[in-house]
Write a protein that binds this ligand. Structure first.
Ligand code: HAM
Length: 425
């Protein structure tokens, strides 16, 4: 028996309403902040991710699904979408669209990680990016407010927002020298990866997950203490903006995030409802990524949420199955069967969910089936009904039965549908 690949899973019909709730709420909330949906390909040239996320990051060095296609091109399944969105910004000359272009996306992403609770190889992100000429910290604060608003709307409780600044190309070189000095004495005690990173990309040492390295990393100097004046002012302004918007946060001096493109603002939102993989969302600023990819100078900030993790943090009763049939048609005999098909088509055109069995059964079995499917009403069409042109409608909640003409039946079902829809609202 061939089963799903390790780290992937099916989303079954009973689970889909919760997924749709997350997706539809994102579309509603992000739209209110002026973000528009973009859909980029699921695979891109490997070089796009290698250059933006960084050759030395775990994502690029260890986790990408990379393959050569039949034409000999080296491609990768997207491990994240910021690189793709910035590529699209450049490719479609989006700087002509306005000074800050706001985009959001949702869909599957791929990382070859060790699967565990909240960590998969195909996982889903909902993310947003604001790219343009402006790096006003108010844009950062507005984006963070939008994520908070989204999580509030979903009822995701027990969460924390951590912020930090990772500086820019002006202050980082001096900090990296400090970092290297501080680590030089203990270099031989760091893991092999970190010994290599020390030469190739020392900042990535701060992102190392190896247990034995943690005490050294904790004692290393923090970037926050070595920011240039402009970065320090940007961070102070971000804090002020968050406070003015009433958004609670903590400064996490060690937060560097696992991607190379970040500058200045870096943030993460965690939930106490999750296990070891407790980050529901992460993001930050990436001024200069456009230039790195051959585009015009541009600033950018964005974030992405992990949908599987969000689902773990979501209240149990957040969404209900909404696809129970409005009507189950039970027919007896061949002529009644044809009539059932006709009536069903008419009602379905009117937007009702109508189900019948293809196989003829005894009435008792048909009613049991209507019950099992949680149908609101059942319609009986037998020879008598057919001859009279009137049908027996049974309310599956009360058991009451009524004999109705086709027109009266349509009216009754439509009214009931409207009532239950307004009840749900
Ligand atoms: P990231 O922190 O790598 O950032 O991923 C964002 C979120 O995706 C994580 O906080 C987590 O919830 C979820 N996630 C990541 N890997 C997995 C996995 N293997 N299984 C389940 N969930 C996962 C980015 O991807 C950046 N592109 C975010 C960003 C947008 N920064 C600026 N703009």
């Amino acid at each position: 028996m061939i089963q799903t690949v390790r780290g992937t899973f099916d989303i079954l019909p009973d689970e889909v309403p919760r997924w749709r709730l997350l997706e539809e709420t994102a579309r509603t909330v992000f739209r209110c902040y002026g973000y528009r949906e973009i859909r980029t390909p699921i695979f891109e040239r490997t070089a796009l991710f290698a250059r933006s996320v960084g050759e030395e990051t775990d994502i690029v060095a260890k986790e990408m699904y990379t393959f050569t296609d039949r034409g000999g091109e080296c491609l990768s399944l997207r491990p994240e979408s910021t690189a793709s969105v910035v590529r699209a910004y450049i490719q479609h000359r989006m700087w002509t669209w306005g000074s800050v272009v706001k985009l959001f996306y949702l869909g599957p992403h791929f990382r070859y990680e060790r699967p565990q609770k909240g960590r998969f190889r195909q996982f889903h992100q909902i993310g947003a990016e604001a790219i343009g000429q402006n790096d006003d910290p108010a844009i950062d604060a507005e984006l963070i407010e939008m994520v908070e608003e989204y999580l509030d709307r979903l009822g995701v409780a027990e969460r924390e927002l951590f912020i930090n600044s990772v500086g820019c190309s002006r202050c980082r070189p001096a900090y990296v020298r400090h970092l290297k000095d501080a680590l030089s004495g203990v270099l031989s005690r760091l893991c092999e990866d970190c010994q290599r990173r020390y030469e190739t990309n020392p900042l990535r040492i701060l992102d190392c997950k190896v247990e034995d390295d943690q005490p050294f990393i904790e004692r290393a100097p923090a970037l926050l203490d070595h920011l240039c004046e402009a970065c320090a002012a940007h961070f102070e302004a971000l804090r002020r903006h968050l406070e003015e918007r009433g958004i609670a946060y903590q400064v996490a001096r060690r937060l560097v995030r696992g991607l190379d493109y970040y500058t200045r603002t870096a943030f993460e939102i965690t939930s106490a409802r999750l296990g070891a993989q407790n980050a529901i969302a992460g993001g930050g600023r990436y001024d200069g990524l456009s230039e790195l990819l051959g585009g015009p100078p541009a600033k950018g900030i964005g974030f992405a949420l992990g949908v599987e993790r969000l689902l773990l943090a979501l209240p149990e009763d957040a969404a209900v199955t909404d696809d129970a049939p409005d009507l189950y048609i039970a027919y007896l005999g061949e002529a009644a069967r044809q009539e059932a098909f006709r009536v069903a088509r008419r009602l379905r055109r009117a937007g009702l969910v109508v189900i019948y069995d293809f196989q003829e059964r005894k009435l008792r079995r048909l009613m049991a089936q209507a019950d099992r499917m949680k149908a609101r009403y059942a319609l009986l069409i037998g020879e008598d009904e057919l001859a009279a042109g009137r049908y027996t409608l049974r309310d599956m909640r009360t058991g009451e039965q009524e004999v109705l003409s086709e027109e009266a039946l349509v009216r009754r079902l439509m009214t009931s549908r409207e009532l239950s829809a307004s009840g749900r609202r």
